[in-house]
Design a binder for this molecule. Structure first.
Ligand SMILES: CC(C)(COP(=O)(O)OP(=O)(O)OC[C@H]1O[C@@H](n2cnc3c(N)ncnc32)[C@H](O)[C@@H]1OP(=O)(O)O)[C@@H](O)C(=O)NCCC(=O)NCCS
Length: 453
């Protein structure tokens, strides 16, 4: 391996370590399309999911069954019509639909067992009938009524991987055929998942096929890489003529999930090797990500904010956590500063100072004591990291005396004075002896970039 590719490998490993800490104990809901389950890629994908499980991420699997149901129904000479893409499931089709649903779940369970992971298939979904819509009786096709999340929590706490077949039951035990996409969405909301994945068997969402809102992130090959939840809403409005497009169905569910507390939804091609790991552990995700805008309260600081921001910094300056700063210092670099504001009051601030060698210094991070431990500090850092990636910086660093553990939790790793930009090295205060923490930012493929967590 030559020196530069070795360096790149090391950077990727560092990035991965940062994300592992961040995701430990978080819930990921993963819907795997039925075509992907039938493909030769499934053992590799499941192996990667088992790795995530071993790292302490709570994995929940929802196998799609659509094409398997088609096969089973065809084998038994049965046909179910579809209305607006939804299968009408007469009672006599249900034994065959259940057979197909449990068949794909069993297949996933077998591959998990081969990888040494323990899983359990369960009946944790209460469902009800879709009913009669526009004169069409959908019979045993149902929608999720509610999830028995306490039972699923216990399963997860026991270190098992729950597998959800796309069947739900009403209070009297009547089974319903559910959409596995909608099931995955409902589970992600109910269990407050950090991430929801829709894994398909090939195909990407390409900008050229849609009317795309301004500010959408598009990769060089035309794949839509990122949509804020606001842009996902606009995207759906502009493209609603394509009602039966499966990509629109997933973006719609992603939009609803992110509007209801799920942080990120990833729509990715599960057939490409390592896609899910790349999407999670690097800044080089290759699918489409819809994400909740966590940064709506953050804006650039203005000169008028300086007295309030100085007041906010004062306690940390007095405790020697922050270097003293004057109004003139802030004024000189006013464009580098950002404020976290709620209802006209600034609760937190931070700065990103740029250097010639494509590094950025994160500095002046403070949160009002009354609002500590509410995630504001983390959001300010994630905002500044997003800015740094958008500016195509290669790394951000921070100098700290008392807050290194907090930055380590946010994916920063220890660095040395030699890692600092030459201009900053000159001004490093040996007496203060601050620790240096750094986070590498691989360039994300795309015209507009943002961080992955
Ligand atoms: C550090 C600071 C910005 C964190 O802001 P915040 O909004 O409370 O942070 P978050 O809510 O995102 O994170 C809170 C978590 O970080 C932990 N944390 C806070 N300060 C920490 C520190 N100095 N070291 C380690 N962990 C710390 C909290 O215990 C909490 O942990 P939990 O999630 O396990 O409960 C804020 O405490 C602050 O303003 N401190 C004084 C100024 C400062 O240290 N700035 C950094 C200068 S380099």
């Amino acid at each position: 391996m030559n020196k530069s590719s070795l360096k790149e490998h090391v950077e990727i490993i560092r990035q991965a370590f940062g994300y592992i800490d961040q995701f430990k104990g978080e819930t990921f809901v993963i819907k795997i399309s039925s075509e992907l389950i039938a493909s030769p890629f499934i053992p590799i994908l499941i192996k990667d999911l088992v790795l995530l499980h071993r790292m302490g991420i709570r994995i929940i699997l929802v196998p799609g069954a659509r094409s398997r149901i088609d096969e089973v129904l065809a084998t038994y000479g049965m046909e179910c019509k579809r209305v607006n893409g939804v299968r009408v499931s007469p009672p006599e089709s249900i034994p065959f639909i259940k057979m197909a649903a449990f068949d794909v779940s069993n297949k996933i369970m077998t591959v998990l067992a081969e990888c040494g992971a323990n899983a359990v298939i369960g009946n944790w979904v209460k469902a009800r009938s879709i009913g009669v819509r526009n004169g069409v009786d959908f019979q045993n096709s149902g929608i999720v009524e509610r999830l028995q999340s306490d039972i699923v929590e216990n399963v997860l706490a026991d270190g098992l991987i729950p597998i959800f077949p796309n069947i739900g039951w009403n209070a009297k035990g009547k089974p319903y055929n559910l959409s596995s996409n909608e099931l995955a969405y409902a589970i992600s909301i109910s269990l407050k998942a950090a991430k929801l994945f829709f894994l398909s068997n090939g195909g990407r969402i390409r900008a050229q096929d849609y009317d795309v809102p301004e500010g959408t992130s598009i990769a060089d090959d035309g794949t839509i890489t990122q949509l804020t939840v606001t842009n996902a809403g606009l995207f759906l409005e502009r493209n609603n003529r394509k009602k039966r497009d499966p990509c629109l169905e997933m973006i719609n569910l992603a939009f609803q999930a992110c509007s209801s507390g799920v942080r990120r939804v990833h729509i990715i091609d599960g057939a490409a090797e390592g896609m899910i790991l790349k999407e999670i552990f690097s800044n080089r995700g290759l699918g489409t990500m819809v994400y909740a805008n966590q940064h709506e309260n953050i804006r650039q600081m203005t000169s008028a904010d300086i007295p309030e921001v100085l007041g906010l910094m004062q306690p940390a300056i007095e405790d020697a956590i922050l270097m003293p700063r004057t109004a003139a210092d802030l004024e000189e670099k006013v464009d580098d500063y950002y404020a976290y504001e709620v209802d006209g009051t600034i609760h937190g601030c931070g700065a990103l100072h740029l250097f010639d060698d494509r590094q950025g210094e994160i500095a002046a991070i403070v949160v009002d004591e009354t609002y500590e431990n509410l995630g504001i500090g983390g959001k300010i850092i994630s905002y500044l990291v997003d800015r740094a990636i958008a500016l195509r910086l290669k790394a951000v660093f921070v100098l700290t005396t008392q807050t290194s553990d907090w930055f380590a939790q946010l994916g920063f790793t220890e660095a040395t004075v030699a890692d600092l930009p030459p201009q900053r090295r000159k001004h490093y205060n040996q007496k203060r002896n601050s620790l240096i923490l750094r986070r590498c930012l691989a360039r994300r493929q795309g015209k507009i970039a943002a961080s992955v967590e």
